[in-house]
Design a protein around this ligand. Structure first.
Ligand SMILES: [Zn+2]
Length: 192
């Protein structure tokens, strides 16, 4: 357990200058990937819903509770993103439910707590793609390229893009899986 906590602290350092959300994507019409299984830290099933709006040509996701308090992930413009990146966005947003972010007060935007939440969500997403979807280096590259293109298109500085990609790459090559990272995160927060 000590090792997992150390790893999440290392994530913070790798990610501080960058990573804001939601995750976003490209131009052409792509088939839309089926959503992944997603259960939050309270055992509630998270549903995925396509929504209108958002920035044209950019796929985006948002994790929240709906008007009835049900946990959902909103998917906007997913057909604009290559399928591997859609899958990344889904799992990133799911991670905000799995780690309890959705039910906590939103930390100040781009402050250290917020960036940590984003770094952990990115890490969980890429580990799930590696371990559950069989993503190898080629899949990692597709995700990284789509993410970088969108972040640059939106106007993120290069250092934000590169630090976020570095975190994702380092997560991809680490030992341990998404479930362990989620468990460590919940323990840190007293939500286990
Ligand atoms: Zn996020």
């Amino acid at each position: 357990m000590h090792r997992l906590i150390a790893v999440s602290l290392a994530l913070l350092c790798a990610c501080l200058p960058g990573a804001s959300l939601p995750a976003l994507a490209g131009e052409d019409a792509h088939p839309v990937a089926p959503p992944p299984a997603c259960v939050n830290n309270k055992g509630e099933t998270v549903s995925f819903e396509s929504v209108e709006g958002g920035r044209k040509g950019l796929a985006a996701g948002m994790a929240r509770r709906d008007g009835e308090g049900r946990p959902i992930v909103m998917r906007a413009n997913f057909a604009a993103a290559p399928e591997p990146f859609q899958k990344f966005i889904d799992r990133h947003e799911c991670a905000h439910h799995q780690t309890g972010d959705v039910d906590m007060p939103h930390p100040p935007r781009n402050g250290p707590e917020h960036l940590m939440n984003e770094a952990v969500a990115d890490c969980i997403a890429i580990l799930r793609l590696r371990d559950e979807e069989g993503f190898g280096e080629a899949g990692l590259k597709q995700v990284s390229e789509a993410l970088a293109a969108d972040m640059k298109g939106i106007g993120f500085p290069e250092i934000s893009v590169s630090s976020r990609l570095r975190n994702i790459e380092s997560c991809f090559s680490r030992d341990g899986n998404a479930a362990q990272l989620i468990a460590a995160r919940l323990k840190e927060r007293g939500l286990e």
